[in-house]
Design a binder for this molecule. Structure first.
Ligand code: KMH
Ligand code: ZN
Length: 287
Protein backbone atom coordinates (compact mmCIF):
# COMPACT_ATOMS: atom_id res chain seq x y z
CA UNK A 1 0.00 0.00 0.00
CA UNK A 2 1.23 3.52 -0.74
CA UNK A 3 0.48 6.41 1.57
CA UNK A 4 0.43 9.78 -0.14
CA UNK A 5 3.06 12.25 0.86
CA UNK A 6 1.11 15.09 2.39
CA UNK A 7 3.74 17.16 4.15
CA UNK A 8 7.16 17.10 5.79
CA UNK A 9 8.27 15.61 9.09
CA UNK A 10 10.54 17.69 11.33
CA UNK A 11 13.99 18.71 10.08
CA UNK A 12 16.90 16.63 11.45
CA UNK A 13 17.98 17.67 14.94
CA UNK A 14 21.47 18.34 16.26
CA UNK A 15 21.25 15.45 18.71
CA UNK A 16 19.82 11.94 18.67
CA UNK A 17 17.14 10.56 20.95
CA UNK A 18 18.04 7.04 22.03
CA UNK A 19 15.24 4.92 23.44
CA UNK A 20 16.04 1.62 25.07
CA UNK A 21 13.50 -1.21 25.00
CA UNK A 22 15.18 -3.64 27.39
CA UNK A 23 12.73 -6.51 27.88
CA UNK A 24 9.67 -6.84 25.61
CA UNK A 25 7.00 -9.44 26.12
CA UNK A 26 8.09 -12.22 23.82
CA UNK A 27 11.43 -13.60 25.00
CA UNK A 28 11.91 -16.28 27.64
CA UNK A 29 14.38 -15.57 30.41
CA UNK A 30 15.42 -19.21 30.25
CA UNK A 31 16.48 -18.78 26.62
CA UNK A 32 18.00 -15.33 27.12
CA UNK A 33 19.52 -15.13 30.62
CA UNK A 34 20.72 -11.52 30.12
CA UNK A 35 17.12 -10.31 29.72
CA UNK A 36 16.14 -7.99 32.61
CA UNK A 37 12.92 -9.37 34.10
CA UNK A 38 12.97 -8.47 37.81
CA UNK A 39 12.56 -4.91 39.06
CA UNK A 40 16.11 -4.98 40.35
CA UNK A 41 17.45 -6.12 36.97
CA UNK A 42 15.37 -3.50 35.20
CA UNK A 43 16.62 -0.68 37.43
CA UNK A 44 20.24 -1.79 36.99
CA UNK A 45 19.76 -1.92 33.21
CA UNK A 46 18.09 1.49 33.23
CA UNK A 47 21.03 3.07 35.07
CA UNK A 48 23.57 1.47 32.74
CA UNK A 49 21.62 2.52 29.66
CA UNK A 50 21.23 6.08 30.93
CA UNK A 51 25.00 6.18 31.43
CA UNK A 52 25.47 4.87 27.87
CA UNK A 53 23.24 7.52 26.28
CA UNK A 54 19.59 6.53 26.53
CA UNK A 55 16.99 9.20 27.28
CA UNK A 56 13.77 7.13 27.15
CA UNK A 57 13.04 3.66 28.47
CA UNK A 58 10.23 1.65 26.85
CA UNK A 59 9.03 -0.71 29.55
CA UNK A 60 7.39 -4.13 29.58
CA UNK A 61 7.39 -5.89 32.92
CA UNK A 62 7.31 -9.51 34.06
CA UNK A 63 5.69 -11.29 37.00
CA UNK A 64 7.42 -13.39 39.66
CA UNK A 65 7.74 -16.24 37.15
CA UNK A 66 9.25 -13.94 34.51
CA UNK A 67 6.07 -14.03 32.42
CA UNK A 68 4.76 -10.79 30.85
CA UNK A 69 2.21 -9.00 33.00
CA UNK A 70 0.21 -5.76 33.02
CA UNK A 71 -0.39 -5.93 36.76
CA UNK A 72 -1.12 -2.36 37.79
CA UNK A 73 0.58 -2.57 41.18
CA UNK A 74 3.79 -3.83 39.60
CA UNK A 75 3.61 -1.24 36.83
CA UNK A 76 3.18 1.60 39.35
CA UNK A 77 6.05 0.30 41.47
CA UNK A 78 8.21 0.08 38.34
CA UNK A 79 7.46 3.67 37.32
CA UNK A 80 8.32 4.84 40.85
CA UNK A 81 11.56 2.85 41.00
CA UNK A 82 12.76 4.02 37.59
CA UNK A 83 11.98 7.64 38.50
CA UNK A 84 13.83 7.34 41.81
CA UNK A 85 16.93 5.80 40.29
CA UNK A 86 17.25 7.61 36.94
CA UNK A 87 16.04 10.71 35.11
CA UNK A 88 14.99 8.64 32.08
CA UNK A 89 11.62 9.33 30.51
CA UNK A 90 9.50 6.33 31.48
CA UNK A 91 7.35 5.06 28.63
CA UNK A 92 5.10 2.12 29.45
CA UNK A 93 4.06 -0.29 26.73
CA UNK A 94 0.32 -0.41 26.07
CA UNK A 95 0.99 -3.14 23.54
CA UNK A 96 1.79 -5.68 26.21
CA UNK A 97 1.77 -9.24 24.93
CA UNK A 98 -0.44 -10.37 22.04
CA UNK A 99 -2.67 -12.18 24.55
CA UNK A 100 -3.38 -9.13 26.74
CA UNK A 101 -6.99 -7.92 26.67
CA UNK A 102 -7.80 -4.33 25.64
CA UNK A 103 -9.06 -3.26 29.08
CA UNK A 104 -5.76 -4.23 30.76
CA UNK A 105 -3.84 -2.41 28.05
CA UNK A 106 -5.90 0.76 28.58
CA UNK A 107 -5.42 0.53 32.36
CA UNK A 108 -1.63 0.82 31.92
CA UNK A 109 -2.13 4.59 31.92
CA UNK A 110 -3.27 4.41 35.55
CA UNK A 111 0.34 3.72 36.52
CA UNK A 112 1.01 7.38 35.58
CA UNK A 113 4.05 7.00 33.32
CA UNK A 114 5.57 9.94 31.42
CA UNK A 115 4.69 8.35 28.12
CA UNK A 116 3.18 5.27 26.53
CA UNK A 117 3.31 3.45 23.26
CA UNK A 118 0.27 3.59 21.00
CA UNK A 119 0.31 1.25 18.03
CA UNK A 120 -1.58 2.57 15.03
CA UNK A 121 -3.15 -0.60 13.71
CA UNK A 122 -3.37 -4.36 13.78
CA UNK A 123 -0.45 -6.28 12.35
CA UNK A 124 0.57 -9.88 11.82
CA UNK A 125 3.26 -10.59 14.39
CA UNK A 126 5.12 -13.75 13.51
CA UNK A 127 2.57 -16.53 13.96
CA UNK A 128 0.37 -14.24 16.08
CA UNK A 129 -1.72 -11.14 15.49
CA UNK A 130 -1.06 -7.92 17.43
CA UNK A 131 -4.55 -6.45 17.71
CA UNK A 132 -5.04 -2.67 17.57
CA UNK A 133 -8.44 -2.04 16.00
CA UNK A 134 -9.50 1.53 15.32
CA UNK A 135 -11.93 1.86 18.29
CA UNK A 136 -9.18 0.70 20.67
CA UNK A 137 -6.70 3.19 19.23
CA UNK A 138 -9.27 5.98 19.62
CA UNK A 139 -10.08 5.04 23.21
CA UNK A 140 -6.41 4.81 24.16
CA UNK A 141 -5.55 8.10 22.44
CA UNK A 142 -8.39 9.96 24.14
CA UNK A 143 -7.36 8.56 27.52
CA UNK A 144 -3.74 9.71 27.03
CA UNK A 145 -5.08 13.22 26.53
CA UNK A 146 -7.34 13.03 29.59
CA UNK A 147 -4.65 11.77 31.97
CA UNK A 148 -1.69 13.70 30.55
CA UNK A 149 0.51 10.91 29.21
CA UNK A 150 2.53 11.57 26.05
CA UNK A 151 1.95 8.88 23.42
CA UNK A 152 4.57 7.58 21.05
CA UNK A 153 2.97 6.30 17.88
CA UNK A 154 4.26 2.84 16.96
CA UNK A 155 4.14 2.22 13.22
CA UNK A 156 4.70 -1.36 12.09
CA UNK A 157 3.32 -0.93 8.61
CA UNK A 158 2.56 1.74 6.00
CA UNK A 159 -1.15 1.42 6.75
CA UNK A 160 -0.37 2.51 10.31
CA UNK A 161 0.94 5.82 8.98
CA UNK A 162 -2.42 6.45 7.34
CA UNK A 163 -4.19 5.50 10.58
CA UNK A 164 -2.02 7.98 12.49
CA UNK A 165 -3.13 10.78 10.16
CA UNK A 166 -6.72 9.70 10.68
CA UNK A 167 -6.28 9.71 14.47
CA UNK A 168 -4.77 13.20 14.51
CA UNK A 169 -7.37 14.51 12.08
CA UNK A 170 -10.15 13.12 14.26
CA UNK A 171 -8.93 14.00 17.76
CA UNK A 172 -6.29 16.70 17.31
CA UNK A 173 -2.73 16.82 18.65
CA UNK A 174 -1.51 14.64 21.52
CA UNK A 175 -0.92 15.69 25.12
CA UNK A 176 2.32 17.68 25.05
CA UNK A 177 1.50 19.02 21.59
CA UNK A 178 4.18 17.13 19.68
CA UNK A 179 3.92 14.03 17.48
CA UNK A 180 6.74 11.52 17.87
CA UNK A 181 6.62 8.19 16.04
CA UNK A 182 8.62 5.00 16.17
CA UNK A 183 8.97 2.96 13.00
CA UNK A 184 9.13 -0.66 14.11
CA UNK A 185 10.58 -2.44 11.10
CA UNK A 186 11.36 -6.01 10.19
CA UNK A 187 8.63 -7.70 12.24
CA UNK A 188 7.48 -10.79 10.29
CA UNK A 189 4.11 -9.49 9.07
CA UNK A 190 4.97 -5.78 9.14
CA UNK A 191 6.99 -3.50 6.89
CA UNK A 192 10.47 -4.71 5.96
CA UNK A 193 13.50 -3.27 7.70
CA UNK A 194 15.35 -1.63 4.85
CA UNK A 195 16.37 1.85 3.79
CA UNK A 196 13.89 2.19 0.92
CA UNK A 197 10.92 1.38 3.16
CA UNK A 198 12.17 3.70 5.89
CA UNK A 199 12.44 6.60 3.45
CA UNK A 200 8.93 5.91 2.16
CA UNK A 201 7.46 5.78 5.67
CA UNK A 202 9.24 8.94 6.82
CA UNK A 203 8.00 10.84 3.77
CA UNK A 204 4.41 10.02 4.75
CA UNK A 205 4.64 11.17 8.39
CA UNK A 206 2.62 14.14 9.66
CA UNK A 207 4.10 17.60 9.31
CA UNK A 208 6.51 18.44 12.13
CA UNK A 209 6.63 14.91 13.51
CA UNK A 210 9.88 13.55 14.87
CA UNK A 211 10.60 9.85 14.52
CA UNK A 212 12.76 7.02 15.73
CA UNK A 213 13.30 3.71 14.03
CA UNK A 214 14.04 0.25 15.26
CA UNK A 215 14.88 -2.76 13.17
CA UNK A 216 13.92 -6.09 14.65
CA UNK A 217 16.39 -8.98 14.55
CA UNK A 218 18.85 -8.87 11.69
CA UNK A 219 17.39 -5.60 10.40
CA UNK A 220 18.76 -3.76 13.46
CA UNK A 221 21.89 -2.41 11.83
CA UNK A 222 20.49 -1.53 8.38
CA UNK A 223 17.61 0.34 10.02
CA UNK A 224 19.94 2.13 12.45
CA UNK A 225 22.24 3.30 9.64
CA UNK A 226 19.27 4.33 7.48
CA UNK A 227 17.63 6.22 10.36
CA UNK A 228 20.80 8.17 11.10
CA UNK A 229 21.28 8.95 7.40
CA UNK A 230 17.71 10.20 7.15
CA UNK A 231 17.97 12.39 10.26
CA UNK A 232 15.92 10.22 12.61
CA UNK A 233 16.27 8.96 16.15
CA UNK A 234 16.99 5.44 17.41
CA UNK A 235 15.38 2.74 19.50
CA UNK A 236 17.50 -0.22 20.50
CA UNK A 237 17.26 -2.98 23.08
CA UNK A 238 16.75 -6.65 23.75
CA UNK A 239 13.02 -6.37 23.04
CA UNK A 240 14.05 -5.98 19.41
CA UNK A 241 17.31 -7.89 19.04
CA UNK A 242 19.33 -10.36 21.08
CA UNK A 243 22.20 -10.83 18.64
CA UNK A 244 24.96 -8.20 18.76
CA UNK A 245 26.82 -9.44 15.72
CA UNK A 246 26.89 -12.63 13.69
CA UNK A 247 26.88 -15.50 16.17
CA UNK A 248 27.43 -13.28 19.24
CA UNK A 249 24.52 -12.92 21.67
CA UNK A 250 23.83 -9.54 23.26
CA UNK A 251 25.42 -9.41 26.74
CA UNK A 252 23.14 -6.67 27.99
CA UNK A 253 21.08 -3.71 26.87
CA UNK A 254 23.81 -1.18 27.65
CA UNK A 255 26.06 -2.39 24.86
CA UNK A 256 23.25 -1.85 22.35
CA UNK A 257 22.80 1.71 23.65
CA UNK A 258 26.57 2.27 23.61
CA UNK A 259 26.75 1.21 19.97
CA UNK A 260 23.81 3.44 19.03
CA UNK A 261 25.41 6.39 20.83
CA UNK A 262 28.71 5.78 19.11
CA UNK A 263 27.09 5.70 15.67
CA UNK A 264 25.04 8.81 16.48
CA UNK A 265 28.28 10.54 17.50
CA UNK A 266 29.92 9.52 14.23
CA UNK A 267 26.92 11.00 12.44
CA UNK A 268 27.67 14.27 14.31
CA UNK A 269 24.38 14.00 16.19
CA UNK A 270 25.36 12.78 19.67
CA UNK A 271 22.89 11.29 22.11
CA UNK A 272 20.51 13.79 23.70
CA UNK A 273 19.96 13.94 27.44
CA UNK A 274 16.61 13.11 29.03
CA UNK A 275 16.14 16.84 29.72
CA UNK A 276 16.62 17.63 26.03
CA UNK A 277 14.29 14.76 25.12
CA UNK A 278 11.59 16.14 27.43
CA UNK A 279 11.69 19.42 25.52
CA UNK A 280 11.55 17.73 22.12
CA UNK A 281 8.77 15.30 23.05
CA UNK A 282 6.67 17.69 25.13
CA UNK A 283 7.01 15.54 28.26
CA UNK A 284 6.57 17.58 31.47
CA UNK A 285 9.13 17.29 34.26
CA UNK A 286 8.83 14.29 36.56
CA UNK A 287 5.80 14.48 38.78
N1 KMH B 1 4.78 -7.08 22.41
C1 KMH B 1 4.14 -6.70 21.19
C2 KMH B 1 2.94 -7.56 20.97
C3 KMH B 1 4.34 -2.00 22.34
O1 KMH B 1 5.12 -2.19 23.25
O2 KMH B 1 3.52 -1.10 22.36
C4 KMH B 1 3.72 -5.29 21.19
C5 KMH B 1 4.73 -4.29 21.48
C6 KMH B 1 4.38 -2.88 21.15
O3 KMH B 1 5.79 -4.54 22.03
ZN1 ZN C 1 7.13 -2.93 23.32
Amino acid sequence: MTVERSNRPAAPQATTLITVAPTGAELDKSAVPALPVTLEELVTTAKECREAGAAVIHVHIRDGSARPTLDLGRLSETVRALRESTDLIVQLSTGGAVTDPFERRLAVLDAAPDGCSLTCGTVNFGDDVFMNPWPFMCELYQRTKQVGVVPEFELFDMGHVAALHRLLDTYGPPFGGHVHCDLVMGVPGGMPGDAATLVQAVAALPEGATWSATGVGRTTLPVMFAALAAGGHLRVGMEDTVTFSRGRPVRGNAELVERAAELAGLAQRPAMTPAQARVMLGVPDQR
